[in-house]
Design a protein around this ligand. Sequence first.
Ligand SMILES: [Zn+2]
Length: 280
Amino acid sequence: MPELPEVETTRRSIEPTLAGRRIVEVIVGRDRVLRRQPVPELFVPRVKGNTVTAVGRLGKFLDVSLADGISLVIHLGMSGRIEHHPDSEIPHARHTQLVLTTDVGEQLRFVDPRTFGFVAALDEDERHLVFANIGRDAFTDLPTARELREAWGRSRSPMKALLLDQKVVAGIGNIYADEILHRAKVHPLLRGEQLTTRRIATIHAAIHDVLADGLRWGGTSLEDLAYLLPDGRAGQFKERLAVYGKTDEPCDVCGRAIRQITVRQRSTHFCNRCQREPRA
Ligand SMILES: [Zn+2]
């Protein structure tokens, strides 16, 4: 699923196409893509003819500001991606759920085969509801190590689950959580209440560093190529992953075989030499 580095790569790529442009045509695919729109009939009229003032992001959400206070929120879900086309000539890919055409004729298309993603054009109150349980952005607004300790330090949840919980830190998903814990040399089952000040500082640094690395390489495109950059290229971070999806391969740091376990129903990869098991 696209996580912060993939969504931020997408944001940076579509910003020049959208910023300051008027949206002259809007085509919606399946009704299901509008399921987070309180009144689905309002989506097209709120977007069509409107002008983009800013192309933002919070966690895994694209958050596009329009001129009259409306926010166009896009979540790529499990398998969504944005395509950029300089014109409307190329036929729509299967599973195209949204097409936006700008006043200079460029198109952005949201393609989402499984439709776990959504698009919504929201007024201020509606936007607050969608973002009510979303915490601070893991890259641009990462809480301090002290704030993370306050948020996590009494929790009995394993670190893997705490990193995935979007309420405190938003944008980390399954791939980058595993990478962050390996970089920090922290076992995925270590509980929040077991964290020392030093470990929190290590995790804090690893969150920033791993996300920055992912972003530098355009994010992670897995074998399914569900995520691609808007220009059609694949993100290159997969070749640089340390543990995610590398079960039984040797750890780059120590050579021991990477292990896979399930934590709260999520597949989890780690090195049990670099990331020592916590004492019960
Ligand atoms: Zn190792």
